[in-house]
Design a protein around this ligand. Structure first.
Ligand SMILES: [Zn+2]
Length: 494
């Protein structure tokens, strides 16, 4: 499947279906390039109240045996933004796939260009390609292969080169997002720490990244004792993977740290099978933070971004055997702080804590971690965005700018110092979990903050958005790939 930009006329384009975006105020805000005949048909439908131009509403106008026009509602002009464009594009793609169309065109009317043409084309191609993602590698039948071969963006602006470049870049980013989605969607009997280690080595070779892998012995030698503690209950060897991309001279790197629990049984605080709490199902996705950082550094390398990036992936299973770590254990972290274990299911913050303090050696300009850390983040923001915390105002603001540019929303939660009392331990410097009901997402953030001394740090709790049960916009059930576009946008601005 390919996406191309074209300057051909709406009537002349050699495709089966042409989508024509229509605002509710039509014919106001309609392009002058739209052929009279098409305008007349849309007006007729609107007069007959068959079509109102509401967001994602479709109305088909049959033109000939070979071509259908579909008026695609984009809502009110004053409400329009690039996020609406993404929703419209993914609806168009879904609709074309359902109709088993081989090719379609989308008229990118100048009124749909929100910031600039490059951004609009980027929004178009990213959401279109993301909508086409399928996870069927494990199916042996009913693979449901795509008919769609070609998508054409019909430009009103005559900037073909700008558009083609934006398409190419989007394709690179979406390739990386698909890697993340595959890693998260694949089952835990395939994706374990050593699987991710091998993938990291392959990607490092392909894009000339430096790759360092710390296995069990090196983890012990480097006093990454919290990561080690979490891994004790599993037969799979844990790993700390460090990928380094050097795209700029004399710039401090942005360090991206990911939680990579390839399966989280909860440990001795075992998860229930069902229920409102953190259930056992889908705990293969507890490595989404690592998958996100892995995909982001790969995308940075594909796009040859003018910055330096280090990705640190803390990989382990959280399982149970006779050696598994227990409640009441006290473990000395890499940073030197002692941690009392009060819940073995609060393992993500433990592996992250060691990975964060270990990362200090890279002298980061900024350090950002991502993790499916708390079920409570779902209570805070639902599946509409991720929770953001951190210790540096400027970094948080920069991330919010990228969030609004990409539509990958972040909501900041406070790290008021008084929350620290929730992590007081009577036997160690701090405990890993606050047992009573409370602000679970914030408590996890407070815990991590103890391990980032001297670094400008942000924490993304992506538990609410990393997967979805139902199809939503351009994300299908399973991994959403959340965060790659956000972090790539952030890195571009470094
Ligand atoms: Zn857990």
């Amino acid at each position: 499947m390919k996406i191309i930009a074209s300057l051909s006329n709406v009537l002349d384009s050699n495709v089966e279906v042409v989508y024509v975006p229509v605002f509710e105020e039509f014919p106001k805000y309609a392009s002058k390039e739209l052929p009279e005949k098409v305008v007349a048909k849309i007006k007729e439908a609107m007069n007959d109240k068959k079509f109102e131009g509401k967001l994602k509403q479709c109305y088909s106008v049959y033109w000939s045996d070979k071509k259908t026009f579909i008026a695609m509602g984009v809502g009110k002009k004053e409400d329009y933004n690039s996020d609406k464009l993404r929703q419209v594009c993914s609806s168009a793609t879904r609709c074309a796939v359902n109709k088993k169309v081989k090719s379609y065109a989308f008229f990118l009317d100048g009124n749909l260009v929100d910031v600039n043409l490059e951004k609009a084309v980027q929004s178009f191609s990213e959401s279109t390609l993301l909508s086409l993602y399928k996870f069927n590698v494990l199916k042996t039948k009913d693979k449901n292969n795509e008919n769609l071969k070609e998508i054409v963006i019909l430009l009103e602006h005559k900037k073909l080169e700008v558009a083609s470049k934006a398409i190419k870049e989007s394709q690179e980013v979406v390739e990386s997002i698909s890697r993340m989605r595959d890693l998260v969607n694949l089952p835990p009997n395939i994706v374990n720490p050593s699987y991710i280690v091998n993938e990291a080595k392959k990607v490092a070779k392909k894009y000339k990244l430096k790759c360092t892998v710390l296995g069990r012995k090196e983890i012990e030698k480097n006093n990454l004792n919290l990561l080690k503690a979490v891994s004790l209950g599993s037969d799979e060897e844990p790993a700390l993977v460090v990928l380094e991309y050097n795209g700029a001279k004399n710039k401090k790197p942005v360090v991206l740290v990911g939680k990579g629990i390839t399966y989280d049984s909860g440990g001795l605080n075992i998860k229930p099978y069902i229920g409102r709490g953190p259930a056992m199902r889908n705990m293969k996705t507890d490595m989404a933070g690592s998958a996100l950082m892995f995909a982001t550094i790969e995308a940075a390398a594909r796009l040859r971004l003018d910055c330096n990036v280090v990705a640190v992936l803390a990989l382990s299973e959280n399982m149970i055997n006779g050696r598994a770590y227990k409640c009441d254990d006290v473990v000395k972290s890499h940073a030197g702080l002692t941690v009392e274990i009060t819940n073995t299911d609060a393992e993500g913050r433990l592996v992250l804590a060691d990975a964060l303090s270990y990362s200090k050696k890279f002298s980061p300009s900024y350090i950002i971690n991502a993790a499916t850390l708390t079920g409570a983040s779902m209570l805070a923001v639902g599946y509409m965005g991720a929770c953001l915390m951190g210790n540096d105002k400027e970094l948080l603001e920069k991330l919010q700018i990228s969030a609004s540019c990409t539509g990958e929303r972040l909501w900041e939660l406070p790290l008021w110092e008084e929350y620290n009392e929730l992590l007081d331990s009577s036997v160690a410097d701090l405990k890993n979990s606050h047992e009573a009901a409370g602000p679970g997402t914030v408590v996890a953030g407070m815990f991590l903050q103890n391990f980032v001394e001297g670094m400008k740090w942000a924490h993304l709790d992506i538990a609410s958005v990393s997967t979805t049960e139902k199809d939503r916009h351009f994300t299908k059930s399973g991994s959403t790939g959340f965060g790659v576009r956000l972090l790539v946008d952030f890195l571009k601005k470094q």
